[in-house]
Design a binder for this molecule. Structure first.
Ligand code: GAR
Length: 187
């Protein structure tokens, strides 16, 4: 029986697309049971709907949004939540209710550059490398255990945009692989 994954997005959803594409492989240990967004007009939500995936757009307001997402995830039989460009902080209560069941992809080599503008900060610091991390979500922003990382060199002349594009390509490879390993080791 495949693990049922709920993916939370806020926008473009390219990481969600990578997870959904990997899930088409019969050998993939997870299925996408729901794609949910805090934004009804998130482009990724439209794509997911076109692909025949179950989708959910949450109502506004933090408490209403989280209650609705929680109910939608439980209604879809979700056991694992994958944040994929979900740009809202989850409340401590939500994290506690799904303790150890939420993972996130973040565009930096954690513990470096938690939060926003990761690529600009890596370039400004003169770092030789950048990358992305998949980690367990806890109450601490981008602070949970790191499950996997991909790294690549920062090139002379890189801008935050050129670096983001190369890191994103790595995200699309890393996330499906780490999610598959994560659900296989779930209790
Ligand atoms: C990705 O680069 C992801 O790592 C980042 O937002 C982008 C979403 O793109 N996430 C964060 O910064 C979370 N703090 P996508 O919607 O195309 O997957």
């Amino acid at each position: 029986m495949k693990a049922r994954v709920g993916v939370l997005i806020s926008g473009r959803g390219s990481n969600m697309m990578a997870l959904a594409q990997a899930a088409r492989d019969p050998a993939c240990p997870y299925a996408i049971a729901l794609v949910a967004s805090d934004k009804a007009d998130a482009p990724g939500l439209g794509w997911a709907h076109e692909q025949g995936l179950a989708t959910f757009a949450a109502p506004p307001g933090k408490a209403a949004r989280e209650a609705a997402i929680d109910a939608a995830l439980r209604g879809a039989g979700v056991g694992t939540i994958a944040l994929a460009g979900y740009m809202r902080l989850l409340s401590d209560d939500f994290v506690a209710r799904w303790r150890g069941k939420i993972i996130n992809i973040h565009p930096s080599l954690l513990p470096l550059y938690k939060g926003l503008d990761t690529h600009a900060r890596a370039i400004a610091a003169g770092d030789a490398e950048a990358g992305c991390s998949v980690h367990v979500v806890t109450e601490e922003l981008d602070g949970g255990a790191v499950l996997g990382q991909a790294r690549l060199p920062i090139l002379p002349g890189d801008t935050p945009e050129t670096l983001a594009e190369r890191v994103l390509a790595q995200e699309h490879l890393l996330y499906p692989q780490v999610l598959a390993e994560f659900v296989e080791h779930e209790p």
